[in-house]
Design a protein around this ligand. Structure first.
Ligand code: 1CP
Length: 354
């Protein structure tokens, strides 16, 4: 593997930003907020771009990816931007097929059905994803100087689930069987993923991402024993190999049963969905910042309901240092943009009074 690139020093305006302070569990003037999938179909500006460009081409055109990410950050007034990309792009760099089918979502082909397939896949060459680093660079340059940029990748388990189950990895049934039936091939596959992800995430940080989110969207299908046996050792390696000073945010859904095990990989921030109470999560996780966790469907409700629900999340965080406000999962298609802005303003106003 090529030597990791160097990480640029963090300018004071970014270092002292609310979001970075919260990631380090330092006190803040108000709770920082950003939203998973803050750039996407619910936003007219995004749909206008997508009318002209297919999704994969959008990801591969850094100037457009940057435009979409920066527009969302500015329009919403959120405390961080996230690079516009997708967790599945790395699968192509490993030798799998990936198509985004209109109205159906991503479809992975030439994935893994037998141990030999896991052997056939390559460690992703991080240079094959150069267009992502260009997007990071251009997004960083266009964001306000005090607004951090989040880079991201999928987690080894969730990416393996897309390779093994193909599309719609929600229940990950084939994946759960594969890891038990072929533990050696499973271990080798996750090692390969971790190697590729390490180079990929380092390069995003070197190109101007101030934090790195690892999306383990489907890991909640596992119980704590299986998580510790089949996933944790690989997550530990990945998080340990990331650059110091660049907070790692580890997010999964349906993780109430495995949160204690997930934090054992020692991320700076753990992301939880709306099924977990924030106060209870802190009691279990200890010294870690927590990101979350408003139910995404609240954003379809009336203003009073949105305000009350946001306040409930802030109340369960109870002013502890190290809360990054977010949804429990992504912004849903069809969400009214005005409601998202109301949420952001409410989080800022209500938390500054607390
Ligand atoms: O225009 C379109 O129709 C494409 C829809 C879309 C978008 C906007 C996809 C396809 N990916 C994305 C962008 C994206 N994906 C971002 C950046 C935007 C932002 O957050 O502002 C990020 C962080 C992701 C990450 C991602 N992709 C995850 C993890 C997050 C999560 O929601 O759990 C997952 C699971 C994916 C796979 C994926 N890509 C696209 C879709 C529709 C899906 C989910 C498919 C499934 O349910 O299996």
């Amino acid at each position: 593997m090529s030597k990791p690139p160097t990480i640029p020093p963090l300018p004071a305006a970014l270092r002292d930003s609310r979001f970075m302070r919260a990631c380090r569990r330092e006190p803040v003037d108000m709770t920082p907020v950003w939203l998973m999938r803050q750039a996407g179909r619910y936003m007219k500006e995004y749909r206008d771009v997508r009318e002209k460009v297919a999704f994969k081409d959008l990801c591969r055109r850094p100037e457009l990816a940057a435009e979409v990410a920066v527009t969302a950050q500015k329009k919403l007034g959120v405390d961080a931007g996230i690079v516009f990309s997708d967790i599945l792009l790395i699968l192509e760099a490993m030798g799998a097929g990936l198509e985004y089918v209109e109205g159906e979502g991503p479809v992975v082909s030439q994935g893994v059905t037998a141990p030999a397939d896991a052997e056939r896949l390559k460690v992703a060459d991080p240079e094959a994803l150069r267009y992502v680093y260009d997007a990071v660079r251009q997004t960083r340059a266009a964001l306000p100087p005090n607004v951090p940029l989040i880079g991201f990748s999928g987690a080894p388990f969730t990416l393996a689930a897309y390779l093994i189950d193909g599309h719609g990895a929600r229940e990950a049934e084939k994946t759960r069987l594969f890891m038990r039936q072929h533990p050696d091939a499973w271990g080798a596959l996750l090692e390969k993923l971790v190697k590729g992800l390490t180079g990929y995430l380092w390069r995003q940080a070197a190109s101007g991402a101030q934090a790195l989110q690892i999306f383990d969207t489907w890991v909640g299908v596992l119980g704590p024993r299986d998580y510790r046996q089949y996933v944790l050792p690989h997550m530990r390696t990945l998080v340990a190999e990331l650059p110091t000073g660049v907070p790692a945010i580890y997010f999964g859904t349906g993780t109430a049963g495995i949160l204690d095990a997930m934090v054992e990989c020692e991320p700076e921030v753990i992301g939880v969905d709306s099924r977990t109470d924030l106060g209870a999560a802190w009691a279990r996780c200890g010294a870690v910042a927590i990101q979350g966790n408003l139910d995404s469907t609240v954003l379809f409700a009336d203003p009073a309901t949105i305000r009350r629900a946001a306040q409930n999340v802030l109340d369960s965080a109870a002013g502890r240092p190290g809360h990054v406000f977010n949804l429990g999962h992504g912004v849903l298609p069809g969400t009214p943009v005005d409601n998202v802005r109301l949420l952001v303003d409410t989080v800022h106003e209500a938390s500054s009074r607390m």
